[in-house]
Design a protein around this ligand. Sequence first.
Ligand code: GLC
Length: 539
Amino acid sequence: MTFKNKVIYQIYPKSYLDTTGNGIGDIRGIISKLDYLVELGVDMIWLNPIYPSPQRDNGYDISNYVAIDPTFGTMADFEQLIAEGKKRGIDVMLDMVLNHVSTEHEWFQKALAGDAYYQDFFFIQDEPTDWVSKFGGSAWAPFGDTGKYYLHLFDVTQADLNWRNEHVRQALFEVVNFWRDKGVHGFRFDVINLIGKDQLLKNNPVNDGKAEYTDKPLTHEYLQLLNAASFGQDTASVTVGEMSSTTIENCILYSRPDRHELSMTFNFHHLKVDYADGQKWTKAPVDFEQLKHLFHTWGQDMSEGQGWNALFWNNHDQPRALNRFIDYKNFRIKGATMLAACIHLSRGTPYLYMGEEIGMLDPDFQSMTDYVDIEAKNAYQFLSANGHTPEQAFEIIQLKARDNSRTPMQWDNTVNAGFSTGTPWLATGNHAEINVANDKDGEIFSFYQKLIALRKADTLISDGDYQAAYQDSPHIYAFIREFENRRLLVVNNFSNQEVAFERLAEFDNSEILINNYSSYTDNILHPYQAIAFVYTKNV
Ligand code: GLC
């Protein structure tokens, strides 16, 4: 299992580097930054969708699975990216959006034109169910003028695919193999735990209908078929499923090696600890107890059940973790390195999201016109119509919008952050102070370099099991890793204050493996200190 010592870096292609001046990042921009990524030490880059798409949901509405959208470049550019990456030991992970297609995809267009073969590619019913779309409103829309309805769990232009139809499965497996033939070894499967839907979809007011389509047993069968028909034979493959509202039990099944489904799973429970009543478009403080509890249960249960977690704080759907979990105005750097230690020393595969390595923050947008994302626009309408003043609604958008992390990568302090010579598709954030030119030799970047190198050098980090520690501490998130006869204690202070700390007796004679402060004082943790102690057991 080759992937356990790897680290994956996520690039939002639209926002990485624009080499044409059209305001949108492109593949050639990514190629030109491969050496930067080599310096950081990552093994694989995950690219958000780069296929032709009307861009209603920023590429997650695909109209052709086997081509490159001209705004990102050409197939030749993509092939060059693979080749240049290979020279440098960097593989590519592609985003596979196999739960739905754009309504502009030819399958949907043929279905609309009356072709029964393609109509069975979708969920088309006489009666809609009571399910709610994840982007707001009903999950059903009129299917042309037929008087019927088609299912869209996301935007109205993202029609859900009927995996029960073996022609659909076959066509999707061929898509994966098309990219494998180009030399792609990594695949991130978008909302893949939603594919196991029943033949006839039924009403269910519980969870807006989620119970009817999430983590259904059929999903596991489909993943086994996908695995056998595509990446399963490739020992270099790395696959990750994005699991919406999932459970540990299911994630163990999705990722346990003997199940032959996926290498690992993303879940999002730890990024909902600042939601009021489980609702995203709300304002609430971080519930640290809940965060700690979630990390410990997922860490331990996945370890015992031989599942494998994808570990992350940031991605293209989340506001920056520094804004959420850290007193970033006073402790941006220590906070960033502490968050890094929490996941890079844990059991699972760490993912960094572009800009995290220099401690990028959310932008300070001042008007709704700065936001581009369909989800944020819908949410603003919804909040305004449901008892919030415009100011209150906007404040929540500022905190929660996905555009927070999608702003252009901050390369330097020149106009548009060195991202583009044109007008960026989304405004840039605070690049005057935070940018690669300033920060590449700084504390955050070099701490990431160390953590990434450690995972490669030390099997305790890549392969050790996970045990919870200091569960009762109100400020400390700590865990123990064990492999063969070595034990590692990782301690993270989530507070902006000094916190009293007593080292576990078994670690009395341990060594410090890594520390985000230059010193360690017994019995005290500095604000946001992250420190790891290691020792070898006498056998
Ligand atoms: C996933 C993607 C998100 C997209 C959605 C629908 O959650 O990460 O960006 O909007 O799926 O494809």
